[in-house]
Design a protein around this ligand. Sequence first.
Ligand code: URA
Length: 237
Amino acid sequence: MIQRLDKTISSQMNISRNDARSLIKKGSVTVDGNTLTDVAAKIDAEKSMIAVDGKPIFFKEHIYIMMNKPQGVVSATVDPKIKTVIDILPEELKRKNLFPAGRLDRDTVGFMLITDDGDFAHRILSPSKHVRKTYIAHLRDKLSEDARKTLENGAVLSDGTQCMDALVKIIDDEGKIAEITIREGKYHQIKRMFASVGNEVQFLKRISIGSLSLDEMLKEGECREITENELSLIEKR
Ligand code: URA
């Protein structure tokens, strides 16, 4: 990818274009061992060895972040009143153009994917791609076998919307905690599915997207970068 040196330094170091230009002008930046002071120099950012004050910069065109979203935070980029998933990112992962790929309700916790790769987000959110999402739902009432089967066969929501088939497993002895996998993403879908069989979701956590599970080491509010191998699991059927 050929691009201007100041743009590369600014995006890869998460600093302003002006700060990037100052670094370049004062001779801090080397490309393949040569000091470049021309801020507009065109470089192949993927193939060159770039270093700032001797420290190598490993070029990444895009970033993919796994967050264990806490309750009370909205899955939006900006909000005038409420903290967003972007606001709570640690400084070292903040970059321009990051956005949440998909939505979780304010009170839902778990796997939130944050990226600056619009094409990737479009692919995994596209209804035709049917990327699976798995949730743990704590229910008000025990889920009957009839209700479980109704959800598995495709619930009809209160407004008449027909859902696709789903996978629903009871995972506790009382029958009040379900693991549910869906292949679509309608508004409040899981809550509305359980409501359609007369139940109520009291706590909701997303535990996987595609074949990639939320890292159990991440506490609520924590996040980390997704590796390339993990990334391919998201689109894997
Ligand atoms: N379904 C819901 O009802 N809420 C979420 O946050 C995600 C899926």
